[in-house]
Each structure stands twice: as C-alpha cells, then as structure tokens.
Design a protein around this ligand. Sequence first.
Ligand code: URA
Length: 238
Amino acid sequence: MAKERLDKLIASTGRWSRREVKNLVREGRVFADGQLAHSVEEKYDADTCRISVNGEALTLRRHTYVMLHKPAGVLSATEDGRGRTVLDLLTPELRKIGVFPVGRLDKDTEGLLLLTDDGELAHALLSPKKHVDKVYYARVTGRLVPEDCAAFAAGMTLGDGLECMPAGLEILSAGEESECLVTLREGKFHQVKRMLAARGKPVAYLKRLSMGALRLDETLAPGAFRLLTPEEEGLLRQ
Ligand code: URA
C-alpha cells in the first residue's frame, strides 16, 4: 500500500478539512504511530498506521463509497445553479471529502446512485469494456412484446444514429402499460428511455436497481444514503 500524507489520511474521515488538520497538528493534538505528529506532510501507510486526534483513535478509510437512493427531482451533477443536486442530500462531511456521483441518472430517474472519491473505481464501473451491468426497472406506455426483447438483444441503432450495444430486456408485465427490466453495459445519455422510445414504448417511470453485484438497499427511502459495507465494497471490485 502506498503511503499517504497525514493531512490526507485524517481528512479522509470527512471530519476535518486539510486546513483544520494542519491546525490540529500545530496544536499538538495528533499522534501517529505512537509519536506526536509534527508535520502534515509526513507519510504513513493507510493500512497499518494508528492515528489519533484529541486522544481518539481514528478509523481510516482510503476511499469513501456512498450508496444513495436517488429520489426524482434532484440532479446527479456536483454543481448546478438551477436546482438541488445529489450532493445536497449528503452530510457536509461527505461533501468535504469530495465524493462525486459515478455516472448520471436523469433528474426524474430514481434508484441506486453510487458516490465516491475513488476515481479509478468509478472509471472502471462506467467503462463498457469492464462489462459492469446496470439493471433498471421501467414502466412504459404500450404493450411490450418478444420482438422488443429481440431488438434489444441484437443491439439497436437509434434514429439519430446512436449505436447501442446488445442489451437485456425482460418483460415483467404487458398491457396498456408494461413493466420490464433493462440491463445495459454502457450509459449513454437517456439510453434506456431512448431505446424504449425507439420501440414505441415511452418510459413513464425509471429506477436503477443495481450496478454489477451492488444492489440498491430497498430499506433506504428515496433521498436516504449510507456508506457501503466492506462486503459491498468487495462486490464492486469483483
Ligand atoms: N437511461 C435513461 O434513460 N435515464 C437514466 O437516468 C439512466 C439510464
């Protein structure tokens, strides 16, 4: 494990900014591996070091992973002058760490949104080459038929020339309104809505259920979030 600067390690808890850590060190409140810390630039191994602030031993995390049940009406952007973003739903401490959403959900889409400060993992989860399936539940207007599933499986080219990789479409119910599960390996702009609209079945409701082996915790109400468990972090890396 590469070593990290003391201020980065302590700030990763989300409890203090780097500037605050500098003051804590200056005031003699920080111990690292049993020694009084003198400089925030000193580097320590995040896996093995023992750091305490004001006598309290810290639990260090190299990265932070947050599962949010995104509600409708909130943007997945990190900053937007026009409306609330998913970051506004988190605590100030998590915002301070600098977590960002892994991919985007449309404003009216609900469901699983992962936020992290781990750029490498975020990139891997979004890259079509890594084959991370994203599963969506959709309610559409119109009757879904097996031909729709075949078109998804074959890979569709939309009216505007957008080429979509083969995707999964499982029909859950079919009638004037239909319900389905859509499985994608990529995440082009409005992709689920555009693919279903291209089949003449516009989406009325959309919710993401999973990314790879990580499933939305349905005990989280829309707008609620929690940190991933170590097991869930492991699932993401599979
Ligand atoms: N596809 C869409 O059309 N919208 C989303 O929010 C996600 C996938």
